[in-house]
Write a protein that binds this ligand. Structure first.
Ligand code: MG
Ligand code: MG
Ligand code: MG
Length: 305
């Protein structure tokens, strides 16, 4: 079985794929983690910290048995995923559109991170993750919950991260989180074309497609200095793909605020849905850090009204 994370892999889809494949292995089942693209710098940091090898990249899974982690939408899978046998889903997003022709195992919880759910699957099966795997899972929870400051954070995430830190032998969680966020904020030498795709997901709303990426940074300074370059790349992507909107969220993980960059057929509609106003292809979202909880529901309401 292949345990497959989503497109534009983030820490959670990498770590949860590794951790879930590890659990299946402990239970005597054959399972391999896979990614749909190169890991981002934060995910590479976690691989380096835990000493684990990078999982293989799979962009085709036709005919395979798969378990998917950190999504439940067809458009976040491989193009041929409908030809795979989906045996299960672990996710913490709104329910997507995947359906199957056979029964499947679903672990969908409204918590801050898929790795939190996978850790509870270990407990369900009376298993303990290996030290390196525990470190990856802990890092994923730190990432997805914005070090427990994001609005999706639950007590279940906090308990899981604490227990995983103990298994991983990490005594200073705060120092680990700082190093991790520094790794993902190091964007100076990353081309704008790559930055706008980081963590990007395409959402369907009333027949329109909105592509929304997110950069989580310890300061927005470097990103804002690349604003014009990013807008050019976003404009090209928008023209090529025919999206309604191409958005890049620049989220300050210290101030817990977001500045959104936008190229859109109707930027005002998008900004208004989020109680903001567009100035020069950008709008401010004070107090917003979570795309799934503080952005998508409001856009969906505005578009599907
Ligand atoms: Mg994810
Ligand atoms: Mg996640
Ligand atoms: Mg995220």
């Amino acid at each position: 079985m292949i345990v497959l994370g989503h497109q534009n892999p983030d820490c959670d889809s990498l770590c949860s794929a590794i951790a879930l494949a590890g659990l299946f292995n402990k239970l005597g089942k054959d399972a391999t983690p896979a990614l749909q693209g190169e890991p981002n710098p934060e995910a590479l940091f976690l691989l380096e910290q835990s000493g684990l090898p990078q999982p293989e990249i799979r962009t085709s899974v036709a005919g395979e048995e798969i378990f998917i982690v950190d999504y439940s939408d067809w458009n976040q899978g491989t193009a041929d995923m409908k030809k795979a046998k989906i045996r299960g889903i672990v996710d913490h997003h709104k329910l997507g559109d995947i359906t199957t022709s056979e029964p499947l195992e679903c672990w969908i919880w409204p918590v801050g991170c898929s790795a939190t759910i996978v850790y509870n699957m270990y407990k369900f099966h009376n298993q303990t993750p290996d030290t390196a795997v525990a470190k990856m899972m802990m890092g994923a929870i730190i990432s997805d919950t914005v070090n427990f400051k994001g609005p999706t954070t639950t007590d279940i995430d906090k308990v899981a991260a604490k227990e995983l830190a103990a298994i991983a032998g990490v005594s200073d969680l705060e120092a680990f989180a700082t190093a991790q966020f520094d790794a993902k904020s190091d964007i100076k030498h990353i081309p704008a074309a790559e930055l706008i795709l980081r963590d990007q997901k395409v959402f369907e709303m009333a027949g329109e497609q909105l592509a929304i990426g997110q950069l989580e940074l310890t300061s927005l300074e470097t990103a804002l200095s690349k604003k014009d370059e990013m807008l050019v790349e976003m404009g090209q992507l928008q023209a090529n793909k025919g999206y309604h909107s191409t958005i890049v969220l620049l989220t300050d993980v210290n101030k817990l605020d977001t500045t959104a960059l936008i190229i859109s057929k109707d930027a005002e509609k998008v900004a208004k849905a989020l109680n903001s106003t567009v100035i020069d292809h950008a709008f401010e979202l004070p107090g917003v850090v979570s795309r799934k909880k503080q952005i998508i529901p409001f856009l969906q309401t505005a578009f599907e009204a």
